[in-house]
Design a protein around this ligand. Structure first.
Ligand code: GLC
Length: 573
């Protein structure tokens, strides 16, 4: 009997394997999930809307704009940190993870905000900043107080009698030194970011438990997920071996994906994320595609998705190559075509404005190039993360005086350059183009004083172009960036091919035009994007005679072999 049974079993097995490969192939990216189909809208609370005239955006301000956010058609809101913080790094230095920053309001405001979101069908994703805390967090105060304090091992300390520890590069420190000497206990503590952001010791199981409890606190309130800030740096080799000279030029290679990082994420997933079915996204995707897969592949039980920086790093002050842009985005897509899931974005609170870096912010091309970039982000596979204000085509403010900048690492680097006799003129030109403060100027609501953001003096200057670029003006204009964004979101929501469809780059060597198809369940779409300020030819080799235009930032006609400056179309084949 047994002997005869085996061939049937193997046939069944082959059939099962073939079937599972087939279903994977159809639903590229694996199982369908709400967070794959979602458009995530990022709100930078400090700059979104001020309700009380102190010049700082707040939760009541966000509440007053929830109908606006809903009107965009997006599904989820990612909020930058709103926890108590002395604000060395605008909230990325948390002093109490279970409280709301005074500038932003109260826990009651938070509860009202969350209810307001859920009432409108919007989900909330919070920033989880646990590679480091603030030096004003109670844990650190205890930790630094004595070598024997029970909180000592919550952070990384190196006793000075052992000599100076091996050099670690700090991204934000004025001297770039990540070890800060503290005379109180004659020891150094580690801070990859600023001195006021000491790194937590993830090797300590007590720290991990504290973090999981914090996550549960917010999930029990009903939030829908977390963005894990700088988490790829959390695990460290605590023997702190020396790194090769000059490692800081490539520090991610040395800092990311330390020992046990995946163990911690699997633990976090088992203890918290899976229990609440919470969505999770990591800032950073490691050094290799393998690292990224290890973070996000479903069978790893770690995170849902990550965001990689290679795309946003393409833009340079001197310009960028469209061929390079296409190559990078195509590469990341193809590596995740079958397994894993990524996010797509061209801006966030750590970047200057999308249209100023990747499009063209001159008056002639600002709107049309912003719409072209909108078409790109919302027609790629991966979850789009949209940064507030980009739907208006907000531009870099490009302040020319250092006094106008507020960003701590930028100000520290300015002082550093001054101290080493660096080229300050070049530094200023660089930050006008790339400083993250460009993305943090107040949201431009209308043409009244301070762009309708505040009745007081804003914490950072409003971009003077608010008199023409603002939400109020764009609401009434059917051809505005804002209304184009809404149309594009609606198109993505109505057309799952834009979410799950297989991506194929075409007209590969075209140096001006980015062309690709998206294909799913017999439906095929063609996306054509001219990335240049001049007309550009294209050759798709496809029959467009029966094609239907789904969206265009120019007219209702399907372009015949030539695209206007920054023209973008999506065509149903
Ligand atoms: C992340 C945040 C950034 C912050 C840094 C330190 O990169 O996105 O804004 O300054 O971590 O927390």
């Amino acid at each position: 009997m047994k002997k005869n049974f085996f061939p049937y079993l193997s046939v069944l097995l082959v059939f099962l394997i073939a079937f599972s490969c087939q279903s994977k192939k159809e639903d590229d990216g694996g199982k369908k999930e709400w967070w794959k189909e979602a458009v995530v809208y990022q709100v930078y609370p400090r700059s979104f809307k001020d309700s009380d005239g102190d010049g700082i955006g707040d939760l009541k301000g966000i509440i007053s704009k929830l109908d606006y956010i809903k009107s965009l058609g997006v599904d989820a809101i990612w909020l930058n940190p709103i926890y108590s913080s002395p604000n060395d790094d605008n909230g990325y230095d948390v002093s109490d993870y279970r409280n709301i920053m005074k500038d932003f309001g109260t826990m009651q405001d938070f509860d009202n905000m969350l209810k307001g979101m859920h009432d409108r069908g919007l989900k909330l994703v919070m920033d989880l900043v646990v590679n480091h805390s603030s030096d004003e967090h109670e844990w650190f105060k205890q930790s630094r107080s004595s070598r024997t304090n029970p909180y000592r091992d919550y952070y990384h300390w190196w006793n000075a009698e052992r000599g100076k520890p091996a050099y670690r590069y700090s991204l934000f420190d004025i001297n770039h030194d990540a070890w800060k000497y503290d005379s109180l206990t004659n020891a150094y503590y580690l801070h990859y970011f600023s001195r006021k952001q000491p790194d937590l010791n993830w090797e300590n199981p007590q720290v991990r438990k504290e973090v999981y409890d914090i996550m549960k606190f917010w999930l029990d309130k009903g939030i829908d997920g977390f963005r894990l800030d700088a988490f790829q740096f959390a695990a460290k080799d605590t023997s702190f071996p020396a790194f090769p000279e000059g490692f800081e030029k490539n520090f991610i290679e040395y800092y990311a994906m330390g020992p046990h990082l995946h163990d911690y994420l699997q633990e976090m997933n088992g203890e918290v994320l899976s229990k609440y079915n919470a969505m999770s996204v990591a800032e950073g995707a490691g050094n290799t595609f393998e690292d990224a897969h290890n973070l996000v592949d479903a069978d790893r039980h770690e995170l849902n998705m990550a965001y990689a920086f290679e795309g946003v790093d393409i833009a340079k002050r001197e310009g960028y190559s469209v061929l390079h842009f296409k190559e990078v985005f195509s590469k990341w897509d193809s590596v995740f075509a079958k397994n894993g899931w990524l996010s797509v974005f061209l801006a966030n609170h750590d970047q200057a404005r999308m249209v100023s870096r990747f499009g063209n912010d001159s008056p002639a091309f600002r709107a049309v190039s912003a719409k072209m970039l909108t078409t790109f982000i919302l027609s790629m596979r991966g979850t789009p993360y949209w940064y507030n204000g980009d739907e208006l085509g907000m531009t870099n403010a490009g302040f020319d005086k250092i006094e106008d900048y507020k960003d701590m690492p930028t100000l520290n680097e300015y002082e550093h350059q001054k101290a080493i006799g660096g080229d300050l003129q070049k530094f200023m030109l660089d930050i006008q183009f790339s400083c993250r403060d460009n993305g943090r100027t107040p949201f431009q609501w209308d043409s009244t004083a301070q762009a309708g953001f505040t009745t007081g003096a804003p914490w950072i200057s409003v971009n003077p172009n608010y008199t023409t670029i603002n939400e109020r003006a764009q609401e009434d204009d059917p051809a505005s960036c804002l209304n184009y964004f809404r149309k594009m979101v609606a198109l993505r929501k109505a057309n799952k091919t834009l979410v799950y469809g297989q991506y194929t780059l075409i007209d590969r060597n075209n140096p001006n035009v980015y062309a690709y198809t998206r294909e799913w369940k017999g439906n095929k779409l063609l996306v054509l994007l001219n990335f240049k300020a001049e007309p550009a030819t294209f050759d798709t080799g496809l029959d467009l005679s029966k094609a239907k235009l789904l969206i265009s930032n120019y007219s209702n006609a399907i372009p015949a072999g030539i695209l206007q400056p920054y023209e973008a179309v999506i065509i149903q084949l």
